[in-house]
Design a protein around this ligand. Sequence first.
Ligand SMILES: Cc1cc2nc3c(=O)[nH]c(=O)nc-3n(C[C@H](O)[C@H](O)[C@H](O)COP(=O)(O)OP(=O)(O)OC[C@H]3O[C@@H](n4cnc5c(N)ncnc54)[C@H](O)[C@@H]3O)c2cc1C
Length: 458
Amino acid sequence: MNISTLLTAGSRTAPAAGRVYLPGDPGYDTARQGFNVSVDQRPAAVGYPETATEVADAVRVAVEHGLRVAVWTTGHNPGPLGDLRDTLLLRTDRMRTVQVDPTARRVRAAAGARWDDVVAAVAPHGLSVLHGSSPTVGVTGYSLGGGIGWYARALGLAAHRITAAQLVLADGTLVRTSDSEHPALIWALRGGGASVGIVTELEFEAFGFDTAYAGRLAWDLSQARKVLPVWAGWAAHAPREVTTSFRLLALPPLPTIPAELRGRRLVMIDGAVLGGDPDAERILAPLRALHPEVDTFTRTPTPALTRLHLDPEEAVPVVTDSLMLHGLPTDAVEAFLAAAGPESASSLLLAEIRQLGGALADPHPERAALSRLSGRFLLFAAGLAVDDAAAAAVERDVARVVAAVQPWGTGRTYLNFVERPSDTATAFTAQAWARLQRLRATYDPRGVLHTPHTAWPR
Ligand SMILES: Cc1cc2nc3c(=O)[nH]c(=O)nc-3n(C[C@H](O)[C@H](O)[C@H](O)COP(=O)(O)OP(=O)(O)OC[C@H]3O[C@@H](n4cnc5c(N)ncnc54)[C@H](O)[C@@H]3O)c2cc1C
């Protein structure tokens, strides 16, 4: 295998018209860097295709030279791919066109579009989409992994709202899939990740609302023991119109963070209610009765919701872990607070519990590889790994929080929140996993597609 011949010396003659960076090229180190800068991967080459045809050409050339092919939209979740030394990494950064059909309420987004690209495109039509908490996360990676955002308990997983896709298969063929064209492929894309091909264009539903009753409630961290038990009980029975997240936060003193929150250790509940103001106020009343120091819940234009969660938009070194929970009874609340609460001396930036249930729990086994999220809550813990000592402390504290609530774990993973190699099978039912493996064997028998996580047959 001679990559230099294959991709002809860095960036001048690429397998596609877009640039290619080889180890040693100026720009290679930037090209191989994802959003999580604590992940250090050295692909055989990094390419920036600009069209679906270039993606297909790149796959064919990689196969001829014995390379595998991985794809990033933004590099928000590089860890699960593991070692990339035998892999051509395709970055879709230059494929960001978004088209909207307001009458049909359909969006067609090129593979590299971020959620803020799509939100900006649909907003003038009075429409909203099922984005997540970060404006800079990629639409394709997020949707193929499931996708839980502020409307999730009302409208379900983003993956279930994919209506069609154009993708390049492992043999370089470009195909379109929908419920009537290669339906097995769209089934796999709905939550099955990059298992059957490289998406070059995704089509999905938009929704006819442009405001939500949304915002944040915040208390000093010392109030965690007062707030969490109430939220846990409320969240378990709240109507599906509302989706919230509970977080213990140590916010950095950054100018991008609102002044009243900047640099503080806080309890925060944020989220959105789809419905009228009186209903929303009634739903949120038990939380407001806890007298938050900050309460920004109000009627809000939906584009503002991409930044409600204050997610970082610049690359950061993070260590994370997650766990799906079947419930959050009093013992689980106590265990979580002991591991991450005010007296825990936690080094974490955040210990978050997202509210699941509602439409997320409705099963769609014929529609999607990821039929449903069976858990009621999703734990996510993260810290900044700015140096080796910080990384070790964060690893320890993340593991402590996950271990504390492990007795309430469902045994299922949500792969979008798993940022290290894991057993892919744990995300799916046994039937869905068997079907995904059969599709892999049919569409990628040689294991050309370098997919995240470890359990795919090679
Ligand atoms: C700050 C932050 C906030 C987040 N918020 C949420 C949230 O609110 N809800 C939620 O559900 N998740 C959330 N996530 C998780 C996020 O959905 C996953 O990290 C997702 O994988 C990111 O997709 P990406 O394309 O941006 O990342 P990438 O690292 O570029 O891609 C991740 C994986 O997606 C697949 N993929 C990407 N592009 C393609 C393609 N063109 N064809 C086929 N497969 C492809 C590949 O397997 C790739 O390895 C968040 C992550 C971060 C870092």
